[in-house]
Each structure stands twice: as structure tokens, then as C-alpha cells.
Write a protein that binds this ligand. Structure first.
Ligand code: DGL
Length: 280
């Protein structure tokens, strides 16, 4: 490839959740160009097997590479937990050496360990992320003294995707998971929202969470981490295109995507369709 060619940064999620991360990328790095791809046709990923999440994620990452991206962020915890390592350690080894894929779990854990005073951290995430053990594993690497407690919240993504998350019906499912997590330890002082959908439930969760517990949402943390990454890698940063252009793609109906996406992104979005039957 032409080394002088500039590229947009790819942002991938199973559907809408990654838009809460992209929103912070745009805020923190406004001059950069981004391409967002939501695999809505195959979302949610939360309860799917390792193999399936890896297969879907890698296909979408390749699609973003095909569109010119050289750096892709998996703005999805489930994909970061179940596919990132395989892509980084196996697939990228056989591809153009300039290609990079980053996830959202490591930057989040680096910050959470610093925030917690009691060194007892709770995680709310999809079943897939919880079962992968990625959060406890990553936290242990940086903060071996920290105790990690996890709670899978399988109903939260459907509540959000069906726009039921602010309504009274959501109270039961929110309170139930808060109770389950806090029953595991009375010393938890920091909770990570380990799913990019969950920032939409922030207010509802705060309603039932004791005030002394800090709730960490990932968007800003991951945006600062991307900024830092670009500063530490001038060879990549120099090749990022900077025209403030945002493009959105979905593997399902663009009409449905555009209606829902604005809740997550905070602004109107106009998407284009991309086929999910990606064959290479
Ligand atoms: N937004 C995804 C995450 O961060 C979860 C949504 C899904 O289950 O596909 O884990």
C-alpha cells in the first residue's frame, strides 16, 4: 500500500453500544476521521460463543481494513474479551505489519485500579464478558492486590435496545443485578460499566446504588487512552486522516439504525448499509 496514504480510524461494535465510545473519541480527537461499523444484523453478541464472537468480529475488522482503516478499535467489551487476543496474536501476524486492533478492557482496568481505595472492584457486563474472565485477568496484571467481583446482566442490553431503560419496568432488572453484585462483597467502592451499552442506564443504576460507590463509564477513559496511544505511536498518528469526517455503517436496516443511533451518539446519524455475509 502507498505509505503516504492517510486513513480513518475504524470503530467496531456488535451494534449501537460503541457509539457511546465514538462520541467520546470525537469529543477528544475532533479533527480525526472515523468509520463506525455496527454489526446489528448479528447483535447481540453478549450470549454468543467464543468462536462465533471471534468469527463475526474478525470479519467486521477485515471489512474496516478493506475500507482503508489501518487502526481499528473494538468498542465492544464482548468482542474485546472474546476476539481481540486471537486477532492480535494470530491474525495480524499474517497481515500487513501496519495494521493495528485495540480493545476497551485494558484501558478501563488501568484507570479503575487507581480509583478504588478499598481495592474491591465490581464489574457489570454481558454474560460473555463475565465468563471470559477478561476483567479479573487484566486487573490482576496491573493491580494484583485488587479483588474483582462480576455480575452478568443479560437483560440490560435488550432493555436499552428496546428503549425501555428509563421506564419503571427497568427498575426490577437494574436493582436485581446491583443487589447480586453488592451481596458478593460489602467493600466494593468502584463499579465498572463493562459494556458499551450501559452508559444509557447510568441514571437508573445511580438511583439504586449507594452514593459512596463510584460508577465508571468507559467512553472518556478509552478516548484518553486512544489519544495517548496516538501520541506514543507517531508512525500511526502521522498517517491518520484529519478532516473531521464521520461515516456510519450497519449490517442491518439503516432506517432502524439511524433512529436508535442518535440515543447512543447524542446526535443525528446517517448510516450506510454493509452486507454481513462477508466472505474473503
Ligand atoms: N456493547 C457490547 C459490549 O460492550 C454488548 C452488546 C451485545 O451483547 O452485543 O459488550
Amino acid at each position: 500500500m502507498n505509505t503516504a496514504e492517510k486513513f480513518p480510524i475504524g470503530v467496531f461494535d456488535s451494534g449501537y453500544g460503541g457509539l457511546t465510545v465514538l462520541k467520546e473519541f470525537v469529543e477528544t480527537l475532533p479533527e480525526y476521521d472515523f468509520i463506525y461499523l455496527g454489526d446489528n444484523a448479528r447483535a447481540p453478541y453478549g450470549n454468543r460463543s467464543f468462536e462465533t464472537v471471534y468469527e463475526f468480529t474478525f470479519a467486521c475488522v477485515q471489512q474496516l481494513f478493506n475500507m482503508g482503516c489501518r487502526l481499528v478499535v473494538l468498542a465492544c467489551n464482548t468482542a474485546s474479551a472474546k476476539a481481540l487476543r486471537n486477532i492480535q496474536q494470530n491474525d495480524l501476524q499474517n497481515m500487513d505489519a501496519a495494521l493495528r486492533v485495540l480493545g476497551v478492557i485494558r484501558p478501563t482496568t488501568e484507570i479503575a485500579g487507581k480509583i478504588s481505595i478499598t481495592k474491591h472492584i465490581g464489574i457489570f457486563a454481558t454474560a460473555g464478558t463475565v465468563v471470559s474472565g477478561s476483567y479479573p485477568i487484566e486487573i490482576k496484571k496491573f493491580y494484583p492486590e485488587v479483588k474483582v467481583f462480576q455480575e452478568a446482566c443479560p437483560m440490560w442490553v435488550p432493555l436499552i435496545e428496546n428503549n425501555e431503560h428509563s421506564k419503571p419496568g427497568a427498575n426490577y432488572f437494574v436493582k436485581q443485578h446491583i443487589d447480586n453484585l453488592l451481596n458478593q462483597s460489602g467493600e466494593i467502592d468502584t463499579i465498572i460499566l463493562g459494556c458499551t451499552h450501559y452508559p444509557l442506564l447510568m441514571n437508573k443504576i445511580k438511583q439504586f446504588l449507594p452514593e459512596n460507590i463510584q460508577l465508571i463509564s468507559q467512553g472518556e477513559i478509552v478516548a484518553n487512552s486512544l489519544k495517548d496511544y496516538l501520541m506514543r505511536h507517531p508512525e500511526i498518528e502521522n498517517r491518520c486522516s484529519k478532516n473531521s469526517i464521520l461515516k456510519f455503517y450497519t449490517t442491518d436496516s439503516t432506517e432502524i439504525f439511524d433512529t436508535h443511533a442518535s440515543f447512543f451518539f447524542g446526535k443525528e446519524v446517517q448510516s450506510e448499509f454493509m452486507n454481513s455475509d462477508i466472505t474473503f
